[in-house]
Ligand binder design. Sequence first.
Ligand code: PMV
Length: 337
Amino acid sequence: MTNHSSVFTGQARAHTNIALIKYWGKKDPDLFLPMVSSLSLTLSAFYTDTRVSFSESYTENRLLVNGLEQTGKAKESLDRFMSVIGSKMEHPLPIHIESFNHVPTAAGLASSASAYAAMTGAIAQALNWDLDLQSLSRIARRGSGSATRSLFGGFVEWEKGTDDLSSKAIPIDDGLWDVGMLALVLNDKEKTISSRDGMAKTVATSPFYPAFVSSQDSDLELMKKAIKERDIVSMGEIAEHNAMKMHATTLSAKPPMTYLSPDSLRAIKAVQDLRNSGFTCYYTMDAGPNVKILSPASQQDDLIKALRQIFKDVTLVKSQAGPAMRYLSDEEWQELY
Ligand code: PMV
């Protein structure tokens, strides 16, 4: 914490994550208690650096992302989150936030996950909170559900829990073995339906939603077993099945919707073809058109070469397991930005 005449500042870095077992749907929209437990891999290649400052001289909350002032939904989401933070402060103060996303914003690469995880870390540093990562994961949850998992590195489970205290992230494996995730960035434009709105509409209207929920626990248990055994084939089969069940709930919502684009379907077909030709590779997608490909890290370079034949102009980014949230010092921040 740095205190310049009642300005409290803090900085942190958090990596984004990709869900192998999806969170989709809230049981309690205020507390962000999910309908299902989920599991993700924190990614080494995508992260957010955030600096926050609290001051009596500020008149309102402000958020700059990559230098751009945020208004509309992003600002509303921040104000909601800050009322939660304010309730934990003796004298709530407005916040100014500067965030740098090393990830395409809102393109289904879960930038809200790294954003709220980094923001929570920076706030904890600014306010001198002596909290462990699990306690911080519960706070980050109130900004964005998926942020809960981004406090930790490697494979992380979000136990749905039954209340604010029990809904939290648990690291299950550091992922520091031959496993990787390749991101096929088909579209880095902002998505049209936020995950918040998309999941609420799905829960309310899709007749398939109960089936997604009731099969989640067995998917999760099988995935945890496969991770423990480092069995990428089983992990991939379960991840594809789970992702498509989630996307089926949006297709069956009223009115129907989808996050998948024609290019996403081409990419899915490409992954299936590459698998038939001998690669160990499996797809998953979050609430956006981009496709992420699970494979042994040692196959990523060859996969990139093969995918380049089909997708000439798309960005392909290699990731392995990323680390937990970490605090950044004033000096590090000055050097970086
Ligand atoms: O917490 P949000 O609003 O980023 O929603 C995340 C939803 C998915 O990315 C589709 C699934 C997940 O578990 O991350």
